[in-house]
Write a protein that binds this ligand. Structure first.
Ligand SMILES: [Zn+2]
Ligand SMILES: [Zn+2]
Length: 365
């Protein structure tokens, strides 16, 4: 049984403990991946704090990139030595998977958050042999070796810097996919992005690629607004301003064509709808946990659309290689979002991310 260093969640709230873990050999449809690096996503912290499952002890992490180390007998899409980005799990058989919306898989929550394979087993064990929850978003990339279903790995160009690509598997495809796959702005269109974390900034970069003329960004941190401007934002607004909607409406000649809410709070969802011009559409992609409700002025819904979007409604095998191409062409500069840490600094990285000191921590194995 292969072993690896991993950051293990032993108790609600953490901290993550660096331990040796044992990983099963891949089953016939699975792949063993040596993880080079992994992003740390807000969702990892929600799971650490048990706002969402799986419960401890467990290995989290879901923005891994790495190299295929071994493949099961039935694996056809990748081979040993391939560079890959890991993406969330989907069943491949439900009506949404068959309709090319695998991130809306009918069994998405069970496959990605239960900490187990569909049959209830786990490939991850502690050094003493006791079972650990794993398979988090189909991977658990806080382990240096992961077992993932073949459907979770996306082969990428060998000339791309693999250690920077992991966040494409969650945060970056979430923001970019909301723009490319759902909002689909017309050339010289307008968009407002609420929240300039990794997801919101990916939406900003995608809006710039899509040729939006007005790219408005809203955040509490001046440093993040400055970074957004570097990535293509044309105006920045302080999220704390009371008359935010009025300011944006005036600055954009009556409202925007599209809005992305990458925060997931009642007020940001409300604002994302209220800044829309008639005919506009808003994508809600952020989540601050379940049980929150939003109120809308019903008259503001007429002629407008609000859609909740999971993982950018992407087909990872299509969108992730496209984003890698854009990155290498200098048009999706994801490296500007990233601060690198060693795996052993995972708790420091989590604290920095929670405090807004960094945008996207990437932990190197
Ligand atoms: Zn499915
Ligand atoms: Zn994530």
């Amino acid at each position: 049984m292969p072993t690896s260093r991993a950051a293990v969640l032993r108790a609600k709230g953490g901290p993550f403990a660096i331990e040796d873990v044992r990983i099963e050999e891949p089953r016939p449809t699975e792949v063993l991946v040596r993880v080079v690096a992994t992003g740390l996503c807000h969702t990892d912290l929600l799971a650490r704090d048990q706002v969402m499952p799986p419960g401890p002890p467990a290995v989290l992490g879901h923005e891994g990139s790495g190299v295929v180390e071994a493949v099961g007998a039935g694996v056809r899409s990748v081979a040993v030595g391939d560079p890959v980005v890991l993406a969330p799990a989907s069943c491949g058989r439900c009506v949404n998977c068959l309709g090319a919306h695998p991130m809306q898989c009918r069994t998405f929550l069970g496959l990605n958050l239960r900490g187990r394979r569909p049959d209830g087993s786990t490939a991850y064990r502690g050094a003493d042999g006791t079972e650990l929850g794993g398979h988090f978003f189909g991977q658990s990339s806080f382990s240096g070796l992961v077992v993932a279903d073949e459907r979770c790995v996306v082969r990428v160009r060998p000339d791309a810097p693999l250690e920077l690509l992991g966040p494409l598997g969650c945060g970056l495809q979430t923001g970019a996919g909301a723009v490319f796959n759902v909002l689909k702005p017309r050339p010289a269109g307008s968009i407002a992005v609420f929240g300039a974390g990794a997801v919101g900034l990916a939406a900003v970069m995608a809006a710039a690629v899509a040729g939006c003329r007005d790219i408005v960004v809203v955040d509490l941190h001046p440093g993040r607004l400055a970074l957004a401007a570097e990535l293509g934002a044309t105006a920045g607004f302080d999220a704390a301003d009371d008359d935010l909607v009025k300011q944006i409406t005036e600055a954009t000649g009556g409202g925007v064509d599209h809005a992305v809410d990458a925060v997931g709070l009642p007020q940001t969802v409300r604002n994302a709808v209220d800044v829309l011009h008639v005919g506009g559409s808003a994508a809600v992609v952020g989540s601050a946990g379940t049980g929150r409700e939003v109120s809308l002025d019903i008259s503001r819904l007429f002629g407008r659309t609000v859609t909740g979007v999971v993982e950018g409604d992407s087909v990872p095998g299509i969108l992730i290689p496209q984003l890698v191409d854009l990155f290498l062409a200098g048009r999706f500069p994801l490296d500007k979002l990233i601060t690198r840490y060693g795996l052993a600094q995972v708790n420091e990285a989590a604290a920095d991310a929670a405090a807004g000191r960094v945008v996207k921590p990437v932990l190197t194995h």
